[in-house]
Write a protein that binds this ligand. Structure first.
Ligand code: 5GP
Ligand code: MN
Length: 347
């Protein structure tokens, strides 16, 4: 039995909107990860089971290692299909937004959502949700939006309706947002849910392989290059930094998703509390940043105070409009401000 963490009011409101809808568009954040794709496709399979029309729309491409997910080939990539996206939003009678807390996270979809006057449901696990939906189901204490989708479906009385495909998507999101249940994953109910997903037919060992053993040789060598040539350690700040220019990314033919996980590598080194990864993106004219931290060091505070971003305590991100070297310099310049906090973290 799971705790009823979603309020009764939220469950009723969400159920009423879903019941009244026929044509649902489900949206997640830019740079979609396993939780973004898993939670939205999980919701999509659930709605299909209710005989609703449902389409997942993502702002940009998702990584190739997720393309085995059931019906991932039906996902509409807004950046590449603007006309189709406009039509989909025009004909939708309900928008369900999952795994983000503000419209700045959906890039080109933002203006389309803003002008849409159909009901909206937000299902998210990031702190400080903006007022962007009629029903806001926000639970930052949960480690994935996919878990929240599972809980909502169950609370609406449809646990029996969860198909194997839906369960696979939800499991994938729960697994990827916890690094394969290695962080943010001490809540016992996670494993109650996993047991239920296994009963639905999920092959969790296979999903692990599909996600983790599916990369290119180039990507492996890129990781080697990052560790051997690029990683800088600042022991006095217990911090690791890796920055890659677009030329370097091109040298390793980096594809969408290939740089994911690099930011976690320095935590193999004893004592590292904070890790930052910087990636030049010339097309979008910015430096994209990923921050990860251990213990109670707030990666999201650094992201929001200096790098135009936010996120969770231990996983956050942001960007700058500066050059790569200027951005790296800015990061090194702000580290002293956090020195005391960094030194106090117990690992
Ligand atoms: P990642 O490093 O995987 O791109 O992002 C990790 C987490 O940081 C995301 O789940 C999201 O919460 C947050 N995040 C990443 N980039 C941004 C950003 O530009 N703005 C905000 N507000 N959050 C971000
Ligand atoms: Mn998530």
């Amino acid at each position: 039995m799971l705790s009823k963490i979603i309020t009764e009011e939220n469950v009723k409101q969400a159920y009423a909107l879903i019941e009244d809808s026929e044509n649902v568009v489900i949206i997640s954040h830019v740079g979609p990860d396993g939780d973004a794709v898993g939670s939205t496709l999980g919701m999509y399979h659930f709605l299909k089971g209710l005989e609703k029309q449902a389409t997942v729309v993502l702002p940009n491409e998702f990584p190739q290692y997720l393309n085995w997910m059931p019906d991932s080939d039906t996902i509409v990539i807004a950046e590449d299909n603007l006309d189709a996206t406009v039509q989909l939003l025009k004909h939708a009678d309900l928008l369900i937004m999952i795994d983000f807390n503000e419209l700045g996270r959906v890039n080109g979809l933002k203006p389309l959502i803003e002008v849409s006057n159909v009901p909206k449901i937000l299902i998210d696990h990031h702190p400080f949700p903006a007022d962007i939906a009629d029903v806001v189901i926000s639970h930052p204490e949960l480690s994935s939006a996919s878990e929240l989708v599972f809980r909502l479906i169950c609370r609406m009385g449809f646990a029996q309706k969860i198909s194997k495909e839906c369960a696979e998507c939800i499991y994938t999101g729960m697994m990827t947002d916890t690094g394969g249940f290695t962080y943010n994953s001490n809540q016992s109910e996670i494993y109650v849910i996993i047991a239920e997903l296994l009963r639905k037919g999920v092959d969790k060992d296979l999903i692990y392989k599909k996600i983790n053993f599916s990369h290119s040789e180039d990507r492996m060598r890129l990781m080697g290059y990052c560790l051997y040539e690029k990683m800088k350690i600042y022991p006095e700040y217990r911090t690791a930094v890796i920055g890659l220019s677009e030329d370097e990314l091109n040298r390793f033919a980096a594809q969408t998703g290939d740089t994911e996980g690099i930011v976690n590598l320095p935590f193999s080194i004893k004592g590292i509390v904070f890790s930052a990864f910087f990636r030049e993106d010339k097309k979008r004219k910015k430096i994209k940043i990923s921050f990860r931290s251990q213990g109670d060091f707030p990666a999201n505070r650094v992201a929001s105070e200096y790098f135009n971003g936010g996120g969770h305590l231990n996983a956050a991100g942001g960007d700058t409009k500066l050059s790569l070297s200027e951005t790296l310099q800015q990061f090194v310049d702000v580290l002293p401000e956090y020195k005391e906090l960094l030194s106090k973290v117990e690992l």
